[in-house]
Design a protein around this ligand. Structure first.
Ligand code: CTP
Ligand code: CA
Length: 224
C-alpha cells in the first residue's frame, strides 16, 4: 500500500459512536437529564472520520455541531430511543464506542398532562433503563467494543469490573476527581484499560487529543 492509504488506516471501516445525555420524560414539559455536553463523543466522531472511517453518531440532545461527509448524525432523546437506534446499526459496524451519558433510571409512567403542584411533595417512581453497552457485549461478534466509565471512588477496580461484566475490548476511565476534567469542560483525564489488563494513564488533555489517543489505540488493536 502507498503512503496516502496508510494515512487513512480505518478507510472502509464503520464506527458507531454514542454521545451526549439522554432525556427521560416526566410529563409533556419536563424531563430528567444530566450535564453531559456531548463534546467527547463529537470529538471522537471527528477523529474517526478524519482517519477515513464512516461514522454513525447517535447523539442525545446537545448543542454540538459537526459537518463532515463521513459522519451521519442520528439524533435521539431517551435511553430507549438510543437503545433502538444503536441496535439498528450495530450489526454493520466494525467498532462501537459508547461515550453517551445514558440515564440509568427513567420515570415508570409518563404523565399525559402537566403535573400540577397540588401537594407539598412529589414522588416519582423510576425504573432502570436498558444497559445499551452491556446489550452489545452480549450480541457482539467481530466488533471492537469500547465503553466509558465515570467513577468517583475505587476507580480502576470499578472500571475493570465494567470491562469484564459488559464484555468489552476497552474501557476509558474518566476521572471526575481531577480538576478540569469531565462533563462540561474541554479537557479530560482518562485511563485506558484493555481486555488484556493493560493500563495506560494519560495526562490532562483536550478532548480532541483524548479522541486521537483513543483512535490510535483502536487502530493498533484492530490492525494486529
Ligand atoms: N451505558 C449504556 N447504557 C446505560 C448505561 C450506561 O450504554 N443504560 C454505558 C455508558 O455509555 C458507558 C458505560 O455504559 O459507556 C458505563 O457507564 P457508567 O454510567 O459509568 O456505568 P453504569 O454501568 O451505568 O454503572 P453506574 O452508573 O452504576 O456506575
Ligand atoms: Ca450509569
Amino acid at each position: 500500500e502507498n503512503d496516502i492509504l496508510k494515512k487513512l488506516p480505518l478507510r472502509g471501516k464503520k464506527v458507531l459512536i454514542t454521545a451526549g445525555p439522554t432525556y427521560e420524560a416526566i410529563d409533556p414539559v419536563r424531563f430528567i437529564g444530566n450535564h453531559s455536553s456531548g463534546k467527547m463523543g463529537f470529538e471522537i466522531a471527528k477523529a474517526a472520520a478524519n482517519l477515513g472511517t464512516e461514522v454513525i453518531l447517535i447523539s442525545g440532545p446537545t448543542h454540538q455541531k459537526v459537518s463532515h461527509s463521513l459522519i451521519e448524525v442520528i439524533p435521539v432523546t431517551s435511553a430507549q430511543d438510543m437503545y433502538e437506534a444503536v441496535h439498528q446499526y450495530f450489526e454493520r459496524v466494525d467498532v462501537a464506542i459508547l461515550s453517551a451519558a445514558v440515564a440509568d433510571f427513567t420515570p415508570k409512567e409518563v404523565a399525559q398532562q402537566k403535573i400540577k403542584k397540588k401537594a407539598d411533595t412529589l414522588t416519582l417512581e423510576l425504573t432502570k433503563t436498558k444497559d445499551i453497552l452491556a446489550s452489545l457485549g452480549e450480541v457482539k461478534k467481530q466488533q471492537y467494543l469500547v465503553g466509558f466509565a465515570l467513577e468517583t471512588h475505587n476507580e480502576l477496580e470499578n472500571a475493570k469490573g465494567k470491562l469484564k461484566k459488559k464484555n468489552l475490548n476497552l474501557i476509558v476511565l474518566n476521572s471526575l476527581n481531577d480538576k478540569g476534567a469531565g462533563f462540561k469542560s474541554d479537557t479530560n483525564k482518562v485511563t485506558f484499560i484493555d481486555h488484556n489488563d493493560q493500563i495506560t494513564e494519560f495526562e490532562l488533555k483536550s478532548k480532541a487529543e483524548v479522541a486521537a489517543d483513543l483512535m490510535n489505540k483502536i487502530i493498533s488493536e484492530i490492525d494486529a
